[in-house]
Design a protein around this ligand. Structure first.
Ligand code: NOJ
Length: 578
């Protein structure tokens, strides 16, 4: 037996929390326009409390032209009318807290919307002005400044620079360029500017005063760019991470994995100051003392680099995309789990685990692809289609071993229903800017953002009182609807509920972890334990054939029906009393 992580008894909620991601436009619609809203979320919070999660993370609901589904913020201190009002946000927070759920909101500090007053003022002002200095405006290269200032590309495709000229309607005719790592409607802020820092700290305080319990920090690795914005030969990407052609061939860790736009040392000072802001609010709600949490969305590898974001005086958590991007392979999972626990233990931070979110193909479909776990940026109807039944079987197995792991886990709305990706969306309904900026080479992320089916027999599966849905739902989703699964033994929803109940009862999030010997390489086999209580043995069979269960196995939970005869079939996870 090899112990890789000791139990960590603790009272801080974020060390062990299961956090459920709500994507507001697709969770539940109260006003009938076919786009989800805050009132819809509030009305469905009971579902989340009954599921057994500890916290909810809301993707952005701020005022926004919605060019990147709200990750293009025009006003950080207001709710977009699409989603409701500030009063609706307050009501959501109050109801969540009543149900014992913490609320984490999304903060988008790398860029604003081009409709933000700051950017509009920048366009109206002259080069070199304080208004331009909040963003990354530069003169172009070439004789007449007609070439972009450097060769960076946008994560969504195309170049990362746009030139201001009268044709943008901005009135600016000086021909400078501005940087946008994402869409041209998402200009990057200049984080060397103290005014930018002060403003975003004030935004943090605005939401902390309203009672939020934390922030998920968008593109946390991108805020600071290398001095001089040097050219770079790599290709930035979100789903696959960046590729650096200059990485050493001997396999040693390069100083910078991700190019001059990501993971620069300067980001850490920003998070230290944010941590101080959060600490001001300890005890602010009902005199309760618990720290609010910051979680980094940082596509940074290796894990030892990611761990720098969660050092003692920085953020509390960082998403573990190394786990999310693992292929369906037991050795790969063992390696990433060990490395995650070791790297994060080294800085005293909890590990986190995540399989799906609003940016990747849902894991129920990824695991049903010909290369299980491969990660295309969306799927077209003309692409080879995932095997739905196999993908779901593996997804349930993956979730079950994830939920036993020590630390904190993230769930993405609909995965508790076993939802697959919508892989046959008509192209004319797509909205993801990545689809357009790659000139339709990539399908993009719409397929994982389809409105949730709540009621099998209702129009739009109960997503909206009018039956409208901003993206069409596949007809086959009736079988996945929440009301078709609630109370049904063996359903995915009941599997999640049972796993979350056991996880909480046995405080697995605070457990230690040891690898168990004696199983074939295809089995992920570990025991999670506490010093004051018994443990749980977790066996996940990722191989092609059945394996024998230990003779005295007492099965607590299984991700699929077991055939009897003491075997664990392929693509099934069990929790055993241990
Ligand atoms: C990461 C978010 O998760 C994604 O949805 C968004 O498009 C980019 N950051 C840009 O904000």
């Amino acid at each position: 037996m090899t112990t890789v992580h000791e139990p960590f008894p603790t009272a801080e909620w974020w060390r062990t929390a299961v956090i459920y991601q709500v994507y507001p436009r697709s969770f539940a619609d109260a006003d009938g326009d076919g786009i989800g809203d805050l009132a819809g979320i509030t009305a469905r919070l009971d579902h989340l409390a009954a599921l057994g999660v500890d916290a909810v993370w809301l993707s952005p609901f701020y005022r926004s032209p919605q060019r990147d589904a709200g990750y293009d913020v025009a006003d950080y201190r207001d709710v977009d009318p699409l989603f409701g009002t500030l009063a609706d946000a307050d009501a959501l927070l109050a109801r969540a807290h009543e149900l014992g759920l913490r609320v984490v909101v999304d903060l988008v500090p790398n860029h604003t919307s081009s409709e933000h007053v700051w950017f509009q003022a920048a366009l109206a002002a002259a080069p070199g002005s304080p208004e331009r200095a909040r963003y990354l405006f530069r003169d172009g290269r070439g004789e007449n400044g007609e070439l972009p200032p450097n060769n960076w590309t946008s994560v969504f495709g195309g170049q990362a620079w746009t030139r201001v000229d009268p044709s943008t309607g901005s009135g600016a005719s000086d021909g400078q360029w501005y940087l946008h790592l994402f869409d041209s409607s998402q200009p990057d802020l200049d984080w060397t500017n103290p005014e930018v820092r002060a403003e975003l700290e004030d935004v943090l305080r605005f939401w902390l005063r309203r009672g939020v319990d934390g922030f998920r920090v968008d593109v946390a690795h991108g805020l600071v760019k290398a001095d001089g914005l040097p050219d770079w030969g790599g290709q930035v990407a979100m789903v696959d991470g960046s590729t650096d052609p200059g990485a050493p061939e001997d396999g040693s860790t390069p100083a910078t994995e991700s190019g001059p736009m990501f993971d620069q040392d300067g980001v850490h000072e920003i998070y230290r100051s944010w941590r101080r802001v959060l600490d001001e609010f300890d005890g602010a709600v009902d005199g309760e003392r618990y720290s609010r949490a910051l979680v980094a969305e940082a596509w940074v590898e290796p894990l030892s680099r990611l761990a720098r974001y969660v050092r003692d005086d920085e953020m509390q958590q960082a998403f573990n995309f190394s786990f999310l991007t693992s292929r369906w392979d037991a050795a790969e999972y063992r390696a990433v789990i060990t490395e995650s626990l070791r790297s994060l233990d080294a800085v005293g931070a909890p590990a986190t685990w995540v399989l799906s979110n609003h940016d990747v193909v849902r894991h129920a479909s990824r695991f049903g692809l010909a290369v299980p776990g491969s990660r295309p940026n969306g799927l077209f109807a003309t692409d080879p289609q995932p095997d739905e039944a196999l993908g779901l079987r593996r997804a349930r197995a993956a979730t079950l071993f994830m939920l036993a792991l020590p630390g904190s886990a993230y769930l993405y709305q609909g995965e508790e229903l076993g939802l697959p990706e919508h892989t046959t969306l008509p192209d004319d309904v797509r909205e993801d800017p990545a689809y357009f900026r790659t000139e339709h080479a990539e399908a993009g992320r719409d397929g994982c953002r389809v409105p949730i089916p709540w009621a099998a027999g209702e129009p739009g599966f109960g997503f909206s009182p009018t039956g409208k849905t901003w993206l069409p739902q596949p007809a086959g989703w009736a079988a996945y609807a929440a009301d078709a699964q609630a109370g049904v033994p063996g359903s995915t929803l009941e599997l999640y509920r049972a796993a979350l109940t056991q996880r909480r009862r046995r405080a697995l999030g605070a457990g230690g972890l040891e690898w168990l010997p004696g199983f074939t390489d295809d089995v992920v086999a570990f025991r999670t334990f506490r010093t004051d209580a018994g443990g749980v043995v977790v066996l996940a069979n990722l191989g092609a054939g059945a394996v024998a269960l230990p003779a005295d196995a007492r099965v607590l939970l299984a991700s699929a029906e077991l055939p009897g005869g003491g075997t664990l079939p392929a693509d099934v996870t069990v929790w055993l009393e241990g």
